[in-house]
Design a protein around this ligand. Sequence first.
Ligand code: GSH
Length: 218
Amino acid sequence: MSLKLYYAPGACSFVPHAALELAGADFEPVLVKLHKGEQRTPEFLALNPRGQVPVLVDDGVAITQIVAICLHLDARFPQAGLLPGVGLARTRALEVLAWMNNTAHPTFTHVFMPAKFTDDAAAQAAVKAHALRQYRDLLTELETLVARRAGAWLAGDRPGVLDAYALTLLRWGGFAGIDPATLPQTWALAQALADVPAVARVIERERLKLNVYQPTAA
Ligand SMILES: N[C@@H](CCC(=O)N[C@@H](CS)C(=O)NCC(=O)O)C(=O)O
């Protein structure tokens, strides 16, 4: 049984990267330098023709898409509590995971990579500005979710994939001029998660600064 995770520092691959460490998994982290275009090499495209991280390779089988990877890891390491195991708690956690992945995350992609959505430079600026307003609202929605949580973490009493995604989304906001201090509950959660030794290992491996807020970018 072998596990390999293809990840890029600070990218959404942080979520399965944290999950693997939280689960105490024996895995090989493989760095993909997105800024150097390594996601478009023939070798990488053979693993994921969409040219994106994360890719989890489990015993030679490549798995893509964060939601699928998280569910796969949750099934493989049930003792880790990466997601609630059963019932409405699991349903609610999957609801949040899906929202993070299909709404908040792609909205940030419009802020960070507007060229993916139009060739026109003026239209790119408009896409970015519009998406940034939406992203602020989405982080406010996340703040409400965090504030209303029942346990210490987003899905209960153990840190899991929702917390790792929340940290990632909040951190990305910093690049776009959103001060994490304006989202105090989420910022406290992200800081607490960063202090969990398993997650601290990921932050160290990815060489991440937790707060990347740039006031001038707003
Ligand atoms: N829907 C995909 C999204 C993955 C994604 O957006 N990956 C980004 C990093 S956060 C990426 O690899 N971008 C490189 C590129 O698009 O060139 C998932 O859930 O895994």
